[in-house]
Ligand binder design. Structure first.
Ligand SMILES: Nc1ncnc2c1ncn2[C@@H]1O[C@H](COP(=O)(O)OP(=O)(O)OP(=O)(O)O)[C@@H](O)[C@H]1O
Ligand SMILES: [Mg+2]
Length: 318
């Protein structure tokens, strides 16, 4: 919806791009050689929802984020965040931007709430806002527990709570799921998804995990070697884009196709094999076929549509 009314809203002078990077370059000068981290990077992040910033290791995600937060200076190009130039007008917007680049230092020997209150004190915010932030990240019931008893995923949710204290209009998160176990990844993903949907905050989140990004983002930009290759909406179709596909071989392919299609799977018949797509476990395919006397001679997982798109654009797996 935002995409459709975008030109109109812009004509009306309404702020619809929360991040605008035009021809942004960054070269790091080392002792022996120069390293080009960003090369005329163009990127627009619209207001609302969750925007994923996807790219392999070393593609320039953290450099871009540090530049747009005014932590390092670009070698060239122009940057606007919340409609204001960076770094020139950063002072006017800094309170509207929450960010998480590295894991913040919390004190293990005091409670989550006290840790958060230390940050809130710096912002002039009281206990009520600390409690609200804990509520948003789902940590209210652990608020008085010492931080040393928290899992990594809980610490990361607390870190996100600290970025939410000042009710930012833009939240910038650099690989927030890094180092978390599968449970922690799900917790952080669900939290981020929720912030983009209900929080009144635009979330810009980087990741090198393709499937992760697909499950929590409305749009993604793909970065490779310091350039943005593509920005695309994925929100409504994210489940379809990450659905796994399996290639199977059986003696009677058309019978197998009917059996699987009747079970609600999307099946296409190729010359020598069947391709099955959907949100299922491979054991379901085996079970359905075996129960009707069809036995597999091959079952291979092939990539999702999103992986295929990524490979087409970036040429290497994320
Ligand atoms: N301070 C620095 N000095 C020199 N080179 C740097 C510096 N920071 C980043 N680089 C280089 O810039 C390039 C982009 O790095 P960056 O950290 O932005 O990538 P990234 O996409 O965040 O990678 P990752 O997924 O590993 O976090 C890399 O080649 C990196 O070595
Ligand atoms: Mg990085």
């Amino acid at each position: 919806m935002l995409a459709e009314c975008y030109p109109l809203r812009r004509q009306l002078g309404e702020l619809v791009a929360v991040i605008e990077l035009v021809d942004v370059s960054k070269t790091f000068k080392g002792l022996r050689r120069r390293r080009v981290a960003l090369s005329k990077l163009n990127l627009e992040v619209r207001e609302g929802g969750v925007h994923g910033f996807l790219g392999p290791n070393g593609s320039g995600k953290t450099t871009t984020i540090r530049i747009l937060l005014g932590l390092i200076r670009p070698s060239g190009g122009s940057i606007k965040v919340l409609g204001r130039s960076v770094p020139r007008d950063l002072a006017q917007t800094s309170r509207d931007i929450g960010s998480l680049i590295e894991a913040p230092a919390f004190y293990g020997s005091i409670s989550a709430m006290k840790n958060l209150q230390l940050t809130a004190d710096l912002l002039g915010l009281g206990k009520a806002r600390v409690e609200e932030a804990l509520e948003i990240v789902g940590l209210s019931d652990r608020a008085t527990d010492k931080l040393s008893t928290f899992s990594l995923g809980m610490k990361q949710r607390l870190a996100i709570a600290s970025t939410l204290l000042a009710k930012p209009r833009l939240l910038v998160l650099d690989e927030p799921a890094n180092g978390l176990d599968p449970q922690g990844i799900v917790e952080v993903r669900e939290l981020i998804k929720g912030l983009g949907t209900h929080g009144g905050t635009t979330v810009f989140v980087s990741s090198h995990q393709l499937a992760e990004v697909a499950l929590m983002c409305d749009r993604i930009s793909i970065l490779k070697a310091g350039q943005c290759l593509l920005t695309t909406d994925i929100g409504s179709n994210s489940a379809g884009l990450v659905a796994r596909r399996y290639r199977i071989r059986v003696s009677d392919a058309s019978r197998a196709r009917d059996l699987l299609a009747n079970a609600g799977m999307t099946v296409s018949l190729h010359d020598e094999y069947l391709e099955v797509a959907g949100d299922m476990d491979p054991s379901q395919i085996t079970r359905i076929l075996a129960s009707s006397g069809e036995y597999l001679s091959e079952l291979t997982q092939v990539g999702s549509d999103l992986e295929a798109m990524y490979l087409r654009v970036a040429g290497e797996p994320a």
